[in-house]
Design a protein around this ligand. Sequence first.
Ligand code: PEP
Ligand code: MG
Length: 790
Amino acid sequence: MEKNTKFVNFFDELGKEDVPLVGGKGANLGEMFGTKIPVPEGFVVNVNAYKNFLSTNQGIKEEISKILAETDIHNSAMLEQNTRKIRELIMSVKMPQEISDEIKKAYHKLCGQNDTFVAVRSSATAEDLAEASFAGQQDTYLNIIGEDNVVYNVQKCWASLFTGRATFYRTEQKFDHMQTYLAVVVQRMINSQVSGVMFTASPITGEDVIIIEAAYGLGEFVVGGVVTPDTYLVDKKTTNIIDKKISIQKIGLVKKDGITKQVDINEIYQNAQKLSDDKIKKLADVGKLIEQHYKAPIDIEWCEEYGKIYVVQARPITTIKKEGVEGEKVKEETDEETKANKETNEKKVLLSGFGVSMGIASGIVKIVRDTSELSVIKMGDILVTRMTTPDMVPVMKKASAIITDEGGMTCHAAIVARELGIPCIVGTKTATKELTNESTITVDGKKGLIYEGRIALEGAKKKVKKDAEEQQVQQIMIHSLLITSTEIKGNVDFKEVAEKAVEAGADGVGLLRSEHMFLEIGEHPKKLIEENRKEELVTKIMNGIRDVADVMYPRPVWYRTLDLKTDEFKALKGGENEPEEANPMIGWRGIRRSIDEVEVLKCEFEAIRRLRDDDRLTNIGVMLPMIQHPSEIRKAKELASDIGLDPDKMDFGMMVEIPAAALIIDDFIKEGISFISFGTNDLTQFTLALDRNSAHVAKLYNEHHPAVLKLIDMVIKACKENNVKTSICGQAGSDPKMVEKLIIMGIDSVSANIDAIETIRRVAARVENKLLIESARKNFMDKRINFNKE
Ligand code: PEP
Ligand code: MG
């Protein structure tokens, strides 16, 4: 199709072949538009605009290249600082007038007479996406109104090409920064009166039935499980409505003048069918149209505005049949892994252990016997140690794989490695003795095997590139997440991981462990307090929390107060006087210590108060670890109130990690908590009397033990009766089989490792739909029985 303007193309001019001009998202929105799938109207500021912007502003291109050439991407402080400089540079120059004029003209054409709200979304070109990891790295801005704001936000999208993370990946993948282009989609925001989701096949059985959920207002309340939507079952062939389940909806979320607010639904509408029969059929037709176009069952997010239906997001549900709820928790093997696996079959296995973080990596063995030897680890080495400790995290980040003698699925090494996405094998018992320092090995973190030598991976890249176009269709056009009423959150400790969590569509952070933050400070917090450096401590805690809460905002982030053990405190400067405990795991840790030494806890609360009040990071909540008696909650709440943090006006909850807490959960609820989160790592350890760090008892460690499940079930029941939210942040939250059980028990949210979020979301969707369909069928069968009786 002919393109009318130099810098802007409306959706109706575009098709999927236009990726080089308008990026994947733009091209695919155009493609949908062209096939009469009702997507909100819009246009794309094409890559020529970006190219022209760079070349017109003399010197900017050279300046960017110069800054990039001087940047060591492995020095994260430098990377952050220099990329910020580039972004500021891009924002500091004026957009050429012929581009801004075209954007403004297009915006007015889109709006008609009055300015309307639009979404401004980055759309990367094919070259960008040749590697999957580039997807979704640039920014999107919602609810933008007015021509100047639109122009400004287009420029902001361009600047977002140079975030630290995107720059890091491009350098690593040897992409030329200056040959990577960005288009920007400007699309009308929809002010939905009714919204919901639709599956064009049963997500569980693949059965040819269309399932539609509908509720008044914006979709967030449906997604967040705040309201129960209507459910309609539609026969796919005839579009006859097979069944309807109408729910009462008392509140809804609406957008007025750009502001989103909760409203009460008028009583006469509460019990009414949310979408008319006619609209249900129309929507089912849209579903069929999209399914035919993409030749796969589709999961769609839709909304209705002034009687017209729009598709906001859609994605093929291709993986559903491949992996049952009972299926393995692993992600599908990538080509690189397959290739590596093939070659490893011919190699010599040196040692085995528990594979606790997937992936394959080769590197040089560096055996570390104590923290004084940590400096031997260089980028890409394999860290071999008896057991990692929190103060090893900075070097763990450099390692290409981690191997330990001790540990099981929930030990420190496993937790951090999974979070950082580094292959890891624990519980080898003898790695520090049997592996040879400076030798080259290959680690298979899925199978738990360690091989001699390096595994070549050549050849894998080609396939990745070949798949890029397909991925694009899946990732962008259809850029959507399965909708689950169970919130799927992530366990996040670092800013980089928070960014990944956002990309993975996490609904929040269900566990922000503070331990790493304190260890990065490097000095015992008590030492800082004694040296009158309290302000420094508060600032450092604030920086650590802000790093995550800012990226995640407005999604909730539950900060867990300090839970270092005495042996871990020892590693800090000033930690020499820490007491010697025979069993630090059941010793002076968590809330019991915080209450004995209130000054540190007060600093944590002070940091949160300032972030919530001054930085408006009201998404931060507090979670107390190792709670065993209600008085601990009472005391913590008093301390919080003393420094001006009102525990009753925020998420303020406790971990259930000790059987005592589960057994008398009602007493804790009476103290006033807004949520609980199962720390199944400790709960299993303490229920079964199994040291979670001992490789010798790891085979007995089992979160599915009936006693553990019984405690969990008891707590969920009690909390549900009292409107206390329930969640899980232990490792079992990343285990599909456990999540299936928890959803059936009625858990409200699950916080998983970042790499497990996608799998867990699919499991949750499947289980929820299974429950939904079972109930709809039962309802239907009951009606049929009654009908037959009549
Ligand atoms: C737990 O005990 O399950 C938990 C999440 O806490 P940690 O692993 O930090 O002890
Ligand atoms: Mg714990």
